[in-house]
Every structure is written in structure tokens, then in C-alpha cells.
Design a protein around this ligand. Structure first.
Ligand code: F6P
Length: 510
């Protein structure tokens, strides 16, 4: 098999990168003031400015040739057709079905009947809880919902509830517990009353030890006096295990093998978030993602937001040598977005072999990290501006937000200022300790207002970006075998057992 790095498209980009290395972004703007218009894309609620990337028109032509070589259009068609594109697990990849509004999808082997039935069941339950009609075993109204899950069964609903907090009425309150560290569950339970608490155990497999242990502790906390059937719901593909745990079939919401954990926020995994935000908002969230799907499915690569975002990342990491990528939401509401994207990008594309199991001679997913600005400016931005490595940034900036308009304007101004400073740096002749070199690339994503629909668009945008990166790297973005070994060892160490082949360091630590 030909290695990607020996293909004509890759070599042309490598040669071009060698030329571009010596060009400063300031120079690129001076040579082509129109780039601020040309290197922008707009889709409904989202405006992407990628003109502060170290690219010119030729870079885009060469990157698009790389994308074409990877047959991205063919793969997009195959995903939307329900083909088994997650080959190592023998599964289709159909999270787009969860936000589709079609009678039959994909053609010939539709999953829509199950999706509709699950959505309806979820809708009815959400309405009951929000209207105060869900009663605990002693007849008291449920006022608090605790989502117990981890990874994809936690990060999505947690992000949604935080992101839309200003739009939510506060009853019922929704809480999240993911860590097996008892401190997290204990802190949440300290303020709750068993008679008025509902636990939603979200676990696709219903075998994840952290989640099951927390669920068992929650069951104990309820005490003998309360029938657990009235206080537990489950979201899972493994309904038999949920039943065995004691969850009523009526309160068990389905998942399917064709939706990966990190792509599952659109499914019943969104139940706790839907309880907080209401059916109408959750529908709008799905609709936003569906709109982005339609754009992704049909827009030509050069005008396709997820494709362009993926190409910028590939350019930075594979050709300009970036090893990490910062996501900086200038929005307190989006403070958990970096954590969400860490799972989405790094669990999907943190891979070292290609689809055929051959080792790779190029880097895949960069380390993704970040937190909300402006707080980050008073912490690690020093390194972004003057550190020895260049770290590409995504600035994510909702323009309007509820509350003090002056503070919001300052927030937006700071985001734009950081992008400008990273790009241009200080003037020539500035003393070395004070000088910032500039030429540090960034994307700016403006969002008019953080509505449920805009959030759906934003998350779907990053999902498809991850898929395109994986296609170009020729890896399977939909499995995650790397997490298994640690789980197996932890299981035996938690049980006090020491596997016979355990290394001397771990044995001594135990
Ligand atoms: O350990 C990784 C992982 O399998 C993720 O992919 C997943 O989102 C998370 O664990 C939780 O899995 P589950 O929903 O099956 O409990």
C-alpha cells in the first residue's frame, strides 16, 4: 500500500509548506488585503474566519487535492448510505439519523422507526418530569435529576445544560456525576432529598465500572424505604443489564450500536439535558445539527465548513509542525466545550495505525486543550504569544448574550484582540523580552447568539470535521480500542488482584 506521505498530493503540500514557513501572516495580509473576505465561510448561525491561517490560494488548492485524493465525497456518501464504515467494529455510523427528519433513512435499511419511537418516549417522559407529574415512591414530586454517566454519556448533556443555562427554567434541577471518586457523588447528594430525586444512569454498554459503581451507591443512598423503580431511569443499548440492575423497562431509553458514545448527545443520552431545557429546545438543538448535516452532505469541499476546518487542522499539524490545538470559547456558557471536543477529537483520531492496521509515518490528532477566555488570558496565553512553539487556536465567540451588554462587548473585543495579537505580533524593533513574534494561526468562529439551534450546528460542525480528518489520515475515527487495556488492568487491581505479568513498579505501588 502506498503511504500517504509518498503521494503526489502530500509531497506537493510538503514542498509548499517549506516555502510558506518563511512567510509572515502580516506579509500575507499586506500582499492580499481581500483575504479577510476570501478566507471566510458562513453557514446560518456560524461565521468562520480562517484568514489568519498561514495559507494562500495555492495552499487551499493543494489541501483540496489532498481531500479529493482521500475520496472524501465518496466516504461522506457512504456514511449517509449507512455503510459499515466503522470496519474494526463491523458497524455503520449513523448519528446523523438521530437528527434526521425522514421517513426512511438510510435508504433500504432505515433505522428511523426506532429513532422516532425512542424520541417520542423521551418527549413524553421529559414533559412529565418538567410538569411535575413524575412522582417518587412516596408520592412526592421529583425536583432533582442526577445524570450518572461518563465520557460520551456525560460530557454532551453536561455541556448542553451549562451552555443553555440562561434559557432554562430552574425546575427540575439537573446534576451530573461521572467520576468514580466518591467526592463527586457525595457532593451532589449532600444537597438532595431521596424522595424527590431521579437518577438517570446513562451508559451505552451498561458495563462501565465507574458508572455502575456510582449507580450502586445512589441506590444505597435511596435507602430501603423507597422503591427504586420510581427513582431510576436508564439510557442504554444493554436493556437486559439495566433490568437486572432494577430499572423499570418503562423508564429505559434505547441506544443502538450504530451510534458511538462521543456522538450520542442527539440520542436518549440527551435525556437529562432535555429535562433541563424542554422538548422544544431539544428539538431545535437537533434541527441545528440536521442543518449542518445537510450543508456537509451537499456543499462542495472548498465551501464546506467542516471540510475547511479539518483542512486547516491538517495543514497546521502535518505540514507546519503544530503538536497541539487550543479551543478557546469566549463564553462562560461554553466553558465545557474544550472537554467535550477532547473526547470527540482525541478519542476519534488518536490513532497510530491506518484502516488496514499499518503503522503511520505522520501525526494524527493533535493534543486538544483549552478553556474559556478571558480567564485563559491571565494564565497560559503568555505561552501562546511568546512560547517557543506555535499553537493554533480556535476562538469561539457568541456575539450576543444575556446580561450586561458592556461586559459582553468587552468579552468579544478581547477575543478579537487575541487573534489580532497572535497574528501580527509586536512591531519590528521591539526589545526582545517584550517582542511577540506573531505569525500564530487562528480560526475565529462567530455565533450570533448561543441558541439551541446554533449549538446543534456547532457540535455537528466539529463532528464532521473529525470525520474528514480521519479520512485524510486514512484511519477509523469511530473505534476506541486504546482505552481497553487500562480498563482491564484497573479491574483486576480494584479487585485486589495482581496479574502475574504485572510490572515491578506497579506491583510495588499496589
Ligand atoms: O472508555 C471509553 C468509553 O467507551 C467512551 O467511548 C464512552 O463514551 C464511555 O467510555 C462511556 O461508555 P458507556 O456509555 O458504555 O458507559
Amino acid at each position: 500500500m502506498t503511504s500517504l506521505t509518498t503521494t503526489a498530493a502530500w509531497r506537493a503540500l510538503a514542498a509548499h509548506a517549506a516555502q510558506m514557513q518563511s512567510r509572515h501572516l502580516r506579509e500575507l495580509f499586506a500582499a492580499d488585503p481581500a483575504r479577510a473576505q476570501r478566507f471566510t465561510l458562513e453557514f446560518d448561525e456560524i461565521y468562520l474566519d480562517y484568514s489568519k491561517q498561514r495559507i494562500n490560494a495555492e495552499t487551499m488548492t493543494l489541501l483540496l487535492a489532498l481531500a479529493e485524493q482521500a475520496d472524501i465525497n465518496g466516504w461522506i456518501r457512504r456514511m449517509f448510505a449507512g455503510d459499515t464504515i466503522n470496519e474494526s467494529e463491523g458497524r455503520a455510523v449513523l448519528h446523523v439519523a438521530l437528527r434526521a427528519d425522514l421517513d426512511e433513512f438510510p435508504k433500504g435499511r432505515s433505522v428511523m422507526a426506532g429513532v422516532r419511537e425512542a424520541r417520542q418516549k423521551m418527549r413524553e417522559f421529559v414533559a412529565r418530569v418538567r410538569e411535575g407529574k413524575l412522582l417518587g415512591a412516596s408520592g412526592q414530586v421529583i425536583t432533582d435529576v442526577v445524570n450518572i454517566g461518563i465520557g460520551g454519556s456525560d460530557l454532551g448533556p453536561r455541556l448542553l445544560v451549562q451552555a443553555l443555562a440562561s434559557e432554562l427554567d430552574k425546575a427540575p434541577r439537573v446534576h451530573f456525576v461521572s467520576n468514580v471518586d466518591p467526592a463527586e457523588l457525595d457532593a451532589v447528594l449532600a444537597a438532595l432529598r431521596p424522595a424527590q430525586t431521579l437518577f438517570v444512569v446513562a451508559s451505552k454498554t451498561f458495563t462501565t465500572v465507574e458508572t455502575l459503581h456510582n449507580a450502586q451507591r445512589a441506590r444505597l443512598w435511596l435507602g430501603d424505604g423507597l422503591a427504586m423503580k420510581a427513582h431510576f431511569a436508564a439510557v442504554t443499548e444493554n436493556s437486559a443489564a439495566a433490568r437486572e440492575f432494577g430499572v423499570d423497562a418503562e423508564l429505559t431509553f434505547p441506544l443502538w450500536d450504530w451510534v458511538g458514545g462521543r456522538f450520542s448527545i442527539w440520542s436518549s443520552v440527551g435525556l437529562s439535558a432535555a429535562i433541563a431545557m424542554g422538548n422544544e429546545h431539544f428539538d431545535a438543538f437537533l434541527e441545528g445539527a440536521h442543518q449542518m448535516d445537510a450543508h456537509f452532505h451537499t456543499a462542495e469541499p472548498g465551501l464546506n465548513l467542516p471540510v475547511v476546518l479539518a483542512l486547516m487542522s491538517i495543514w497546521n499539524s502535518n505540514f507546519l509542525g503544530a503538536r497541539s490545538h487550543a479551543v478557546l470559547p469566549y463564553s462562560h456558557a461554553l466553558r465545557s466545550l474544550p472537554a467535550y471536543l477532547q473526547q470527540l477529537e482525541m478519542e476519534s483520531n488518536g490513532k497510530q495505525v491506518d484502516r488496514d492496521g499499518q503503522p503511520l509515518d505522520y501525526t494524527t490528532a493533535p493534543l486538544l486543550w483549552g478553556s474559556s477566555g478571558t480567564v485563559s488570558q491571565h494564565s497560559y496565553h503568555q505561552l501562546l504569544h511568546q512560547g517557543t512553539t506555535s499553537i493554533p487556536v480556535d476562538f469561539i465567540v457568541p456575539l450576543q448574550a444575556p446580561g450586561d451588554a458592556k461586559a459582553q462587548a468587552m468579552l468579544v473585543a478581547n477575543a478579537l484582540a487575541q487573534g489580532a495579537a497572535l497574528m501580527s505580533g509586536t512591531a519590528p524593533g521591539t526589545p526582545p523580552q517584550r517582542a511577540t513574534p506573531g505569525n500564530r494561526p487562528s480560526n475565529t468562529l462567530l455565533i450570533e447568539r448561543l441558541t439551541p439551534q446554533a449549538l446543534g450546528q456547532l457540535i455537528a460542525l466539529y463532528e464532521h470535521k473529525v470525520f474528514i480528518q480521519g479520512l485524510i489520515w486514512n484511519i477509523n475515527s469511530f473505534d476506541q480500542w486504546g482505552v481497553e487495556l487500562g480498563k482491564t488492568i484497573a479491574r483486576s487491581l480494584s479487585n485486589g488482584g495482581l496479574p502475574p505479568d504485572m510490572d515491578a513498579s506497579t506491583a510495588a505501588l499496589l
